[in-house]
Write a protein that binds this ligand. Structure first.
Ligand code: NAP
Length: 243
């Protein structure tokens, strides 16, 4: 018999997978981004109330396979998924997208958290932040010798010492080249998402000899099966359905 799937989304591969789910399957989103209206499966939006809430949802909805296709830095929901699947006694499969690898000409410096990031940033003057909303909470702490540019999903007005660019990837190589040239940024700050939609910035940093401060990936829990891409996860789901 085919298993009923709960797919936890949050990255583009998850949406691509959701397009191949069946009518009884469920695609789940946290509710921060756009909610697609054209999927063949059910869509639910919002948290479950921790691992226990997710386990309850799994049991009540008769879910047989939980698929964690959330962002590599969304550590809480991934931990909840692994725990909830255990509690509910079902399999947890996960998309674990490989990180980007530095190349010979790259100057990447890994930082563990915001505190270490700010410390490492001290010698620079024109940082470009591309790691989400967190810098917006620190705009009042910008040192006098720095001017920040923050690119994130949220658009908001510039301040005297910061420009905020509201934008959603993918970003082309050409547009990233133009952005770096306009800003004259001397350091790039990034998560290591491993996404092809946002990696042109790394090439431009390489071309311009701009160092990259990379926020370390969080630890994610072990699950029953891990896949490095959505296609192979989908193929395994299909095989399980047929088997
Ligand atoms: P997080 O810290 O790991 O999760 C926070 C809470 O959001 C979870 O405990 C859960 O609430 C709820 N949640 C997260 N993903 C969910 C999903 N797919 N369906 C239902 N509830 C979900 O996550 P985050 O870093 O804030 O990211 C939120 C969402 O944005 C995730 O789905 C993630 O994949 C996506 N995203 C994150 C990043 C990033 O850099 N962190 C980047 C791009 C996209 P309950 O405990 O109440 O269930």
């Amino acid at each position: 018999m085919r298993p009923k799937v709960l797919l936890l989304g949050g990255v583009s591969e998850a949406l691509a997978m959701a397009r191949h789910l069946a009518a009884e399957d469920i695609y789940s989103l946290a509710g921060l981004g756009r909610v697609p209206q054209d999927l063949p499966c059910q869509v639910r939006v919002g948290g479950f109330g921790g691992a226990e809430g997710l386990a309850r949802f799994i049991s009540e909805a008769g879910i047989q396979v939980l698929v964690d296709a959330t962002h590599p830095y969304a550590a809480q929901i991934s931990a909840n998924a692994a725990r909830a699947a255990q509690l509910a006694g079902i399999a947890c499969w996960a998309l674990r997208r490989p990180g980007w690898q530095a190349q010979a000409a790259d100057d990447w410096r890994e930082v563990a958290d915001w505190r270490e990031l700010i410390h490492t940033l001290a010698p620079f003057q024109r940082p470009l932040f591309t790691l989400g909303r967190e810098p917006l909470e620190h705009l009042h702490e910008i040192p006098e010798h720095q001017h920040w540019t923050v690119r994130c999903l949220q658009q908001q007005p510039a301040t005297p010492r910061a420009e905020i660019i509201g934008a959603r990837g993918p970003f082309s190589l050409e547009s990233e080249r133009e952005l770096f040239a306009r800003l004259q940024c001397d350091v790039l700050i990034s998560k290591n998402s491993g996404s092809a939609a946002t990696d042109p910035k790394l090439q431009v940093a390489r071309e311009r000899g701009v160092p990259v401060l990379v926020l370390r990936r969080p630890e994610l829990p072990a699950v029953d099966r891990e896949f490095s891409d959505g296609q192979s996860l989908l193929a395994a789901l299909t095989a399980r359905r047929l088997g």
